[in-house]
Unconditional design. Sequence first.
Length: 270
Amino acid sequence: MMADKVTLPALLQMKREGRKCAGVVAWDYQIARIADRAGVDFVSVGDSVGVNLWGHDNPLEVTLDEMLVVCKAVRRGVSRALVSCDFPFGPLQEGTDSALRAAIRLVKEGGADIVKLDGASEFPDAVRALVRAGIPVFAQFGLTPQTAMRYGIPYSAQNAPGALATPEMTAKLVEEAKRLEEAGASLLDFTNSGPVAGAAVVSAVQIPVIGGFGGGPWLDGRVRLAHTAIGYGEKWIDSATETYTNTAQASLAAFTALIGDVRAGRQIKG
């Protein structure tokens, strides 16, 4: 665990030395404090908050103002790790000027150290504009249902540890990663990398390549939803999926005990 404040040059040095960086996606002050204390290298404030915390059907419903509220909360909880904040859907798609205004707000108001752009390879001019303005970019790219189908690869297969990308697909993804690096991105988030394309991209660029869903040890680092890592959420009560702990089951037991004490007329704990 690093004792000093994590910086982008520090993450770049970790890649050069072959050391993996670790991050979590968090949306609140308390989880951010715990993750920072544990020693994560970065905390990513994801627009996934809309689905996982607020119950929306689609993350596209999340607004810039809502992302600012969440980013501010995480920023207050983090003193050491790097804080990344997602662009919600909209500002990037509306054009470079809109993207720059949104990025300035996420940094100036939200306290983000770096901003994360989904589908960044489609908007290289926006990446360049943000970098020129002194705002670091975490560029997300990779295999989506649409791109997987384009190459004739079943999307579901990309989640398997042994999934193999075709040479054509790998070449395209490497080219995409290089374009993002040339545009000035400081970090890459490779979605559904797979061991073949993932390893090829890591070797092709100088900047760290991070992966969440569909990633693996072939990348420079990994990021996981904090709520997934700790089994926080009603769905984890009866889930057989392995997590690092199961907060949902512990919470259910605690609330059941609390209700029992209250109804029995006993003094409650805490």
